[in-house]
Structures are given as C-alpha cells and as structure tokens.
Design a protein around this ligand. Structure first.
Ligand SMILES: [Zn+2]
Ligand SMILES: [Zn+2]
Length: 408
C-alpha cells in the first residue's frame, strides 16, 4: 500500500517539520471492516509507518493482502513545514520547546541539526493543526471558510493544549458567525443540538464571551426537548467530564432552563392574575366580605375564554406538548396567538352591571384585554438575558462585576 507522506508547506522558509499520524477516519474503518468481512485479515494498519509495511516481493496471502490494500484509499500522514518563531509567538508551549533548555530545544538548536527540523506530534490531529498553522502564519488563502463542528472542536483541543486561543480569536469569531447565520439553522451539522453544543464548547475554549452567550441562549431556546426536565436531569451532548470543560456548564444551563421555564409560565398566566388583581385591589380593605362574594361573571368569562384559547394552541402548561416543545416554539406560538386575538372582545374583561359584584368598585377603563396583556408580557422574551455568561461561569457562577458581556 502506498503511504506517501504529504508535506504541506505553510512557510517555505519554515525551520520545523511537524509530523502527524494519518487520520483514522470512518472511511478507513469501514474499508478495513469490509476487507475483514471478506475473510482477509489486514497485516498492516493503514496508519503504520511505511518502513513497517510488507515488502513488495512478499508472496502468498500477504502479497494478496497487499494487492487488496493497494486498491484502498487511505488518508496520508500530514507533515507541516512551519516556522518555529511563529509557533513560539502564538504559543508559550512552543516558545518553551524551541527556546528553553529542554530535550527538543537542545536538539533543535544544536549546530548542524537538520532544517526543517522534524518534530513528531503523533497524538495531535494533523488536519486540525494544519488549519491552526495556516491561521497563525496568516495564510488566509488556505484557511477553510467554515470547518465542520467536529473539526472546530479538534482545533479547540489544540488551542487548549498549546495555550494559543488568543492567536485563533479572529477566526474563531468569524467561524462562529458563519456557523450561526439564520440559514444554517436547518443544517444538521451546525443547527442540530450536537453541532450547537460543539460550537458552544469551541466558544468556551477560545474564550469568546459574546458568541458563548449567544450560543447558550440558542441551545436553551431551541433544544428544550433534548435538555429533558428536572426529574431526568440535564442531557447535553457534552459530557460533564469532557476533557476541555473545566467549569459547571451543565449546572449553569440547568439553572437558566429552570428560570426560563418559570418566566414563560408566568408570562402565560400573568393576564389572569392581572384580572384577579383588579378585583382584589378594590377589596383590599379589612372587611372579610369580599371572600364571601362570588367573583365577577365578566372576569370568569374572560379568563375561561383565555384558558380555552391557550389550550387550543397547546399552550396550556398542563398539556404534554407544553413539556416537549422548545421554548422558542412556545414563545413564537404564544406571540402569534396574542397578535391574532388582540381585538377579540371575548378576551376583554371589564366591569359588569350586576349589583354587589366583585368588580363594582372598579372604574371604567380599568379593564384588561388578556391577549394584549400576554403580548406585552412575552413580547420582550427574545431579549431576556438568561444566557450563560462565560466570565461568571469561569468565576464559579459568581458575577464579579467585570464581565465582558453586560447582563445586569
Ligand atoms: Zn362584575
Ligand atoms: Zn457575568
């Protein structure tokens, strides 16, 4: 099998050659499984070094195997020619590697050492490192328009390992902007829960507070059904002990979710308590008499009509769909219903003409239109500041007053 090594020249005068293992992709695994299924055991893994491959003059089953493997297409190992100075400027880890007295540094600086100087990084993702290297070498023509979310996470892992998140910041912001454009919402790669959570983790590692806040709000609004309710705990695709996660992201999102659930519920019910408050306000005196009176029939009618309206649009908090819908679906639907019903007289509560009614000390004009009230209470929901603040998260959930995104 041919495993020609691919050298990507990122800096033609680069004095370092970074060597990575060939990526083990799903396609590779599938091809090997197909070979195995045909009763042929591969003698060499595709990512083995060329030296360890079977000799061309091998005969018998091994040679047959070689012919089979020769027909397969495997990704090649990635080698990157880069500049040690640029790496050192972007990453204190590489700076230490090339400039401080360490094994690699000594060998790199030794007189007569080869140029470019080979350094093996077998544990790192070579494709992700190539993107990182293009960014820090300002090879903008070679930087992908928008990497996959898994690739962004692989880049974040490198940024974390080599402490070079600041050097990636401009492209981090740009990629997240592109990944969260409205038309990307229908793209499962960037709009699905897994993709959005990968983007969230990317923003977390790259320390991008605005993008992190926006993505956390988006996950909260759009993916409630996958976040489960309190009884089942929070089910984010990111594991709480993810190697890149060092703060209580799950706790913060769970608290925001509980708060959002409460706020949406209160906004839906507020028109009713507004009507009751109008009646109650009239009878706030010391007399026990009001409790003895039946409530106003106009109030009962308007509240009954309002509840029936909510119910017919699956907005009643006691209906199963209310629990499974996303918050954004509930808010959108409620605002739509409120807009359609704002002139409906059945939803207007005003004082009646009955003698000795609970409403009888109300003034004309104190009436409540329940649909308009709903629109008023829920209209600002898209701007509720219930997203997770990255700075507070990194301060253990404490707001120290110097957060980069204002949320007070
Ligand atoms: Zn009345
Ligand atoms: Zn904060």
């Amino acid at each position: 099998m041919a495993t020609r090594t691919r050298i990507q020249v990122i800096d033609p005068k680069g004095d370092v050659l970074l060597r990575f293992a060939a990526p083990v992709t799903d396609a590779v695994i599938q091809q090997l499984e197909e070979l195995e299924a045909r009763g042929k055991q591969p003698v060499n893994e595709p990512w083995s070094s060329p030296e360890s491959m079977c000799t061309p003059d091998a005969e018998g089953p091994a040679a047959d195997m070689d012919m089979q493997l020769d027909k397969l297409e495997f990704p090649q190992p990635v080698n990157l020619q880069v500049s040690s100075v640029v790496l050192g400027l972007a990453s204190p880890v590489f700076y230490a590697m090339f400039n401080l007295p360490m094994t690699e540094g000594e060998a790199f600086r030794a007189p007569g050492s080869p140029r470019p100087f080979p350094i093996s990084l077998p544990e790192d993702n070579g494709e992700a490192f190539a993107i990182l290297a293009h960014v820090i070498h300002h090879r903008t023509d070679a930087i992908p328009f928008l990497p996959s979310t898994a690739m962004l996470l692989a880049i974040a892992a490198l940024a974390d390992k080599y402490v070079c998140a600041p050097a990636l910041m401009p492209y981090g912001v740009l990629w997240l902007q592109r990944a969260t454009e409205p038309e990307m919402r229908d793209d499962p790669e960037y709009g699905g829960l897994v993709g959005r959570c990968n983007l969230l983790l990317f923003a977390y590692v790259l320390d991008l507070p605005v993008e992190f806040a926006r993505l956390s709000w988006d996950v909260l609004l759009s993916h409630r059904q996958l976040l489960k309710d309190e009884m089942h705990g929070l089910e984010l695709p990111i594991s709480p002990d993810h190697e890149l996660l060092r703060h209580d992201l799950h706790g913060e999102i769970a608290r925001r979710k509980a708060r959002l659930r409460c706020d949406v519920h209160n906004a839906l019910m507020e028109p009713i308590s507004r009507v009751l408050a109008q009646l109650h306000a009239v009878y706030s005196g010391p007399s026990p008499e009001p409790e003895m009176r039946p409530t106003c029939p106009n109030a009962a009618l308007a509240i009954g009509n309002y509840m029936a309206l909510l119910d017919s649009y699956n907005l009643s908090p006691w209906r199963p769909q209310y629990e499974t819908d996303s918050f954004s679906a509930i808010i959108s639907r409620a605002l739509e219903v409120a807009a359609q019903a704002q002139e409906n007289p059945m939803l207007f509560f005003e004082m009646c003409t009955r003698n000795r009614c609970a409403c009888d000390r109300m003034v004309y004009g104190d009436g409540v239109h329940l649909a308009r009230r709903l629109a008023f209470r829920l209209g600002g929901a898209w701007k509720w500041k219930l997203w997770v603040c990255l700075d507070c998260l990194k301060n253990g959930g404490v707001d120290k007053g110097n957060c980069r995104v204002k949320h007070w």
